[in-house]
Design a protein around this ligand. Sequence first.
Ligand code: SF4
Ligand code: SF4
Length: 472
Amino acid sequence: MYDVKSKNAVEFINDDEIQSTLKYAAENKNNLNLMREILKKASECKGLSHRDAAVLLECEDKEILEEIYALADEIKQKFYGNRIVMFAPLYLSNYCVNGCLYCPYHYKNKHIARKQLSQEEIEKEVIALQDMGHKRLAIETGEDPERCPIEYVLESIKTIYGIKHKNGAIRRVNVNIAATTIENYKKLKEAGIGTYILFQETYHKETYERLHPTGPKSNYAYHTEAMDRAMQAGIDDVGCGVLFGLNLYKYDFVGILMHAEHLEAAYGCGPHTISVPRVRPADDIDPNEFDNSLSDELFEKLVAVLRIAVPYTGIIISTRENKNVREILLKRGVSQISGGSRTSVGGYVEKETPEENSAQFDVNDTRTLDEVVNWLLSTGHIPSFCTACYREGRTGDRFMSLCKSGQIVNCCHPNALMTLKEYLEDYASPDTREKGEKVIAEELKKITNPKVRSLAEEYIENIKHGKRDFRF
Ligand code: SF4
Ligand code: SF4
């Protein structure tokens, strides 16, 4: 039976509830009055239930669709403004004991190069990332308890935080590793991680079990209850995600919202972020096998409805998507993107040859970080390298209450400008620098609180004279 507060996966992600939600949404596919009512509710910026969101996802009426897009944009402006937080993935190891059918790291794939970075190699990768200008990483590993135990991950986090090269520093390490025990989550918390990220891949139990035939990940309940264990261990920033294309997108859309509702109901805090990757080509994987892929148009609608349904949750898009899709999705509610990414182990230092390919998926946006920053500035955005919240202890429900009251913008906006200034001073090309300086000058004028504005101006002047790491 459906129970939002239950600690049991099949009760908080309840198949009957999802099926009846999908039925209800399909029955109301042409109920424009209901959609308008839901949009009115959504305009209060308090989010939507999975049922209401599922109805909006069915919308095919052009006029209402435009209203959905306008509201998604309005909510995005209210909570995130024109700021886009930047990050990069760092692949540490691609050894994996699981048999996921959609991922080239599955243990049966014998023609992918297997690698695990030593601490010295991690240092080189991190220096390469720092030299690009990155401050926020998401570390990624395959699941292999023997080769890649929690101790290796903890040591790697310590190494990453410890590297100070020129003016560079990685200030936030998010961690995307396999579902694990409460004890291990406690260790990750102690190591000072930012967000714990784990993609559900699909919430549909049968499909999940078919796609994960072997290995520890084949246990649906253990995987689906991972965020509960993370939260019980004290990690209050968690990042959810599904891999769209593996299953019927409508099912997984409802599933991820029910997961968010569960975390909020059971632990008082929903997910910090939601990622929306789509299946991409990769070695030994045929994307045609997954015939549930989402068209660009449906994907756009899905992101917009998600923005409306969970206004306080960051939405992340990776370099799986090309520049054009990313540009559209930025308008629909995406608040965080990766840039200059390599999806192979050691890929920031060494260029991969086809024989040595160790990438998890083909990147669709191959621009450098500077090109991405330049593009964001040209399209009216402020690229932000801010990592302030978790370093100031603003995590979990403390973060959420600041977010819900709209006060977080008093931190995000000046922090974005200060970290952009650091980027311009240390890493930007002349053209990016020129564009960035103009944006900073304009945006400083928009800070309404005179005290905050004058402090931000002072800090930016200090950054110009070589000082670093100011934050609100
Ligand atoms: Fe391993 Fe993760 Fe790939 Fe599955 S998705 S094969 S667990 S790396
Ligand atoms: Fe994110 Fe906090 Fe920085 Fe805002 S102030 S961009 S919420 S880390």
